[in-house]
Design a protein around this ligand. Sequence first.
Ligand code: HPA
Ligand code: ZN
Length: 326
Amino acid sequence: TDLNAFIDELPKAELHVHIEGTLEPELMFALAERNGIALPYGSVEELRAAYSFKNLQEFLDLYYQGAQVLITRQDFYDLTMAYLKRAHADRVLHTEIFFDPQTHTERGIAFETVLDGITTALSDAAHELGLTSELILCFLRHLSEDDAIATYEMALPHRDRIAGFGLDSSEKGHPPAKFERVFTRVRADGFKVVAHAGEEGPPEYVRDALDLLKVDRIDHGNRALEDSALVERLAREAMPLTVCPLSNLSLAVVTDLADHPLRQMLDAGLVATLNSDDPAYFGGYVNQNYKETQSALSLTKDELALLARNSLTASFASPERKAELL
Ligand code: HPA
Ligand code: ZN
């Protein structure tokens, strides 16, 4: 349609994408073979057929299992470059990528192997495609705060390559309060702070991400809509939300895109952005998220342009880069 062409051409940023969640089944099989790792699936088709999730945890179990094929610096480079090329095709001008080092260091992969592979691809894409990026290290919330602190200390010598820190993995039972101390340090050291909140967890987790972690953006934020005072606050503070509709549909956070809270978010004047989260697992990169949401919620051209503009303004790009983007 006319609007799909408009979406394809819209200059945009992607602010919520887990690099491990961009591992396409084809690349997973290729890396398994390259590294001599046996996968519990006979084929790409069999693996794709397993991508049917009742909730966040069912997805996370497969996502962590899939990440085990990532061993060498070259593996992390290939993973990242494949995503960057795909994002470039969606007219993503700037991207902010999450990575989960604990998933790898727990398996004996060096932090530097992960970081060097990813950041070499980021720098090649900046030169070759003009696609700029920032990197956000996510702590796994199912692990302890002490484990997050140890990971933070591993990252500090590389602080010039990391823009900020986030919080992902199993939300229920792992509230923001569990990570208050580490994020106090992160902020004092001058990094940006984000956190997944209100994906499966209650509105209180969104409020605590604001009050205790003092986040610069909320990742997801869907369940904030259950609390009208919280919605008013998010609007007043112009707090950006990185919304991921196809992820929400895949993980049964919503049962139908027509019921997606993005409609209420826009009507309440919240600074919403659209993102792919884990596109290899959820069936679509960023433009597919725009297109399916447009169709389900009858988003107008102006609303689509606003969502794309929000993604650029809410980014952590340098002031110089932001001036070019806007
Ligand atoms: N939620 C929480 N943790 C995650 C996700 C998500 O959608 N994707 C990758 N890690
Ligand atoms: Zn996410």
